[in-house]
Design a protein around this ligand. Structure first.
Ligand code: NDP
Ligand code: 8X3
Length: 248
């Protein structure tokens, strides 16, 4: 049975991706900080084998320790989906909170590196595998007040491209999906639990669902070894650019 390791599977895009990969025949390692959410997911996916790991991707020692508890086969997954992360705050740079900046830089960039670093020895030893990084339209274009979040996702794009080059001789493929507006807990986290403000982000148009992104991810990672779909931008139908949305 093929194996997939999905970070940030307790919610949103990561959760939907775990479900879709399970349906596609993968056994899973699912990670996040909220253990109960991950246990619920594992129960929902039974009898598919699902291993739950709880750690904060920002904590390299915790990532390494959690990965070390896995059996060898799961430490060398066929597919790694680096999805954990998000936005904290939406302010002009001059009004930004450095604590928010740290959270985004540490989770979206360093966290992706921490998880990748922990799994690469197994993946490169197998000479196969697929790393799928979740970027964002925010990494492709600047929007006002996006500053540090946009920068972290631009970093994901450059890391994806450079990792692809570095890993070429190892047989590990690397690609990126860049979603537009997907209705998840993303905006609740960005606006620190302000549900009304979060709901406004998705008002007046039909946003993407996490399952829409999951479907694209499964298609990408199940291409045969001679095919790499390197980068995909997925927008909502009413979305022309990050903040250009045709709202009714
Ligand atoms: P959600 O908030 O619904 O999910 C985020 C997931 O990441 C959760 O499972 C959360 O788990 C996990 N996570 C966040 N921070 C950490 C951390 N420090 N350590 C471990 N896990 C963490 O948002 P989305 O599903 O929308 O976001 C998933 C990815 O998609 C993110 O990288 C986001 O930037 C990106 N994205 C989202 C878009 C959108 O419009 N929604 C558009 C483009 C990209 P837990 O809280 O349990 O730790
Ligand atoms: C999430 C999409 O446009 O809110 O990455 O930054 S956006």
């Amino acid at each position: 049975m093929k194996t997939a390791f999905v970070t940030g599977a307790s919610s949103g895009i990561g959760r939907a991706t775990a479900v879709a990969l399970a349906k596609a025949g993968y056994q899973l390692v699912v990670t996040g900080r909220r253990r109960e959410r991950l246990d619920e997911l594992a129960a929902e996916l039974a009898p598919v084998p699902v291993q739950v790991l709880t750690f904060d991707v920002r904590d390299r020692a915790a990532v390494d320790a959690a990965v070390a508890t896995l059996p060898e086969a799961l430490r060398a997954p066929d597919v790694l989906v680096n999805n954990a992360g998000g936005a904290h705050g939406l302010s002009p740079i001059q009004a930004g909170d450095p604590a928010d900046w740290d959270q985004m830089l540490d989770a979206n960039v360093r966290g992706l590196l921490n998880v990748t670093h922990a799994l690469l020895p197994g993946m490169t030893a197998r000479h196969a595998g697929f790393i799928l990084n979740i970027g964002s339209i925010a990494g492709q274009e600047a929007y006002a007040n996006g500053n540090v979040y946009c920068a972290t996702k631009a970093a994901v794009q450059m890391l994806t491209k450079t990792m692809r080059l570095d890993l070429l001789p190892t047989g590990v493929r690397v690609a990126e999906v860049n979603p537009g507006a997907v209705e998840t807990e993303f905006s609740q986290v960005r606006f620190k639990g302000d549900e009304a403000r979060a709901a406004k982000v998705y008002e007046g148009f039909e946003p993407l669902k996490p399952e829409d992104i999951a479907e694209v991810i499964v298609f990408m990672v199940t291409r045969p070894p001679h095919v790499t779909i390197a980068e995909v931008l997925v927008l909502a139908g009413a979305q022309g650019a990050a903040t250009t949305i045709n709202r009714k």
